[in-house]
Design a binder for this molecule. Structure first.
Ligand code: AMP
Length: 420
């Protein structure tokens, strides 16, 4: 029998690359935690209806990309294709918005599933860290989120990314624009599927990647010309706040994004080293979503950053994160009694908060020292029968190569001192 492989469009995270993923998640989460966002975790699946209503029946995500299943009990579920609808559902269910402290600021990290055509940077299982600020309409909040994402990417050393910014208007001005756009699009030479799209989600047509379609869109009505005064003022304020914060952005009128729920501010972070799948993160304001899923009016804004693509972006820029080795001390026993004694020392070190590992399997000195090297440990402890008879272990500094005996009872204290 041949061995199993990870399902199509998925991959496993294994050491050492997996450490970069953890570090990326941490780097994205850190500025959020420092800015009043609380951690939220929701199930990996939801009732399919939540996404149909929340993400939108006319989106690719819902019509083509959802993993749906019927349980033995007859429930229609879907693996979550994105985070926002679930987080809002959970916040409403827990009445977080009624605790009198708006906005409710939440962050999350997890796996998402879309049945997409796999290619470089596009997977069927991927990982996002996201943030949502629920219940407040305030351009400062939109700016805060964009600034925090920028800060996260910069803290990782990324530089070759750009922020694209747009406003999609609100429930006053967007419908007027939508109609004007539909009238324009209906006169173009387009295929059947795109014609259908004009009727259900015309803004998505602007997003079409094909050159012959883009050529016909040059004179399409611009959303900017249709924004109501309130939306215009709101957008100008977001832009001004970003400028004041020194965060560069590009106005991108064609940025509509693939989800139905966005209003006003939308943005995307694109990385120039990634080829076709260049979006490393994106988000925007979704003032109508709460009502769409049966909640009260709760204007909100959020983003999700893709962990997989952020790691690819690091690789594209040649950035190696300065990840400290996890093991500080590596113990190499020579002989049975040394195994028992040194394992005791390792346990003591671990309880004292010192990261320690052990040469398992009774290997010889040479092989064990190779493992010690590979572990990146700053110190190794070696002990044989003669050392034990003298009540010492040999402590070796792997950087300087210096080695000397340390009293068994003093090992933990000595290493604590040396490791600072
Ligand atoms: P979206 O919800 O589509 O705006 O996605 C937000 C971010 O998640 C994107 O910018 C990507 O970084 C990431 N992402 C979305 N879909 C995929 C996918 N199929 N594979 C890998 N990353 C993805």
């Amino acid at each position: 029998m041949s061995t199993f492989q990870a399902p199509k469009g998925t991959y496993d995270l294994t050491p050492p690359r997996s450490a970069t993923f953890l570090a990326v998640r941490e780097a994205i989460a850190a500025p959020l935690r420092d800015s009043g966002y609380g951690y939220i975790e929701t199930p990996g699946f939801e009732n399919v209806e939540l996404f149909a209503r929340g993400v939108g029946e006319s989106t690719d995500i819902v019509t083509k990309e959802m993993y749906t299943l019927t349980t033995k009990g007859g429930d229609q579920l879907a693996l979550r294709p994105e985070g926002t609808a679930s987080v809002l559902r959970a916040a409403l269910e827990a009445n977080l918005h009624k605790a009198g402290n708006l906005p409710v600021k939440l962050w999350y990290s997890g796996s998402y599933y879309r049945y997409e055509r796999p290619q470089a940077g596009r997977y069927r299982h991927f990982s996002q860290v996201g943030a949502e600020a629920i219940g407040t309409e305030d351009p400062v909040l939109d700016a805060e989120l964009i600034i925090l994402a920028d800060q996260a990417y910069r803290s990782l050393g990324l530089r070759q990314f750009r922020i694209l910014l747009n406003s999609l208007g609100d429930k006053e001005c967007r419908p007027v624009y939508r109609e004007a756009l539909q009238t324009f699009l209906r006169d173009l030479d387009l295929d059947e599927e795109t014609r259908r799209r004009i009727e259900i989600n015309p803004l998505r047509v602007l997003d079409d990647k094909r050159a012959d379609v883009q050529k016909q869109l040059t004179d399409a009505p611009k959303l900017r010309d249709y924004l109501c005064d309130a939306c215009k003022a709101y957008h100008e304020e977001v832009r001004a706040l970003l400028t004041t914060a020194g965060v560069a952005f590009e106005d991108d009128e064609k940025l509509v994004r693939g989800l139905d729920y966005y209003t006003r501010t939308t943005f995307e972070f694109v990385h120039d080293g990634l080829g076709a799948q260049s979006a490393v993160g994106g988000g925007g304001r979704y003032d109508g979503l709460s009502e769409m899923i049966g909640g009260p009016e709760l204007p909100s804004v959020g983003w999700a950053l893709g962990v997989d693509r952020t790691v690819l972006a690091l690789e594209a820029e040649g950035i190696e994160l300065d990840l400290p080795y996890t093991t500080s001390v590596y113990a190499v026993p020579l002989g049975e009694e040394a195994r028992r004694v040194l394992f005791g020392v390792v346990t003591e070190l671990r309880r004292a908060g010192i990261a320690a590992d052990f040469a398992f399997g009774g290997r010889g000195l040479k092989g064990a020292m190779k493992s010690a090297n590979r572990s990146g440990a700053r110190y190794t402890l070696v002990a044989g029968e003669r050392d034990l008879a003298e009540g010492v272990v040999q402590l070796k500094d792997m950087e300087s190569g210096e080695q000397g005996p340390v009293e068994l009872a003093e090992v933990a204290a000595e290493l604590t001192k040396r490791l600072g």
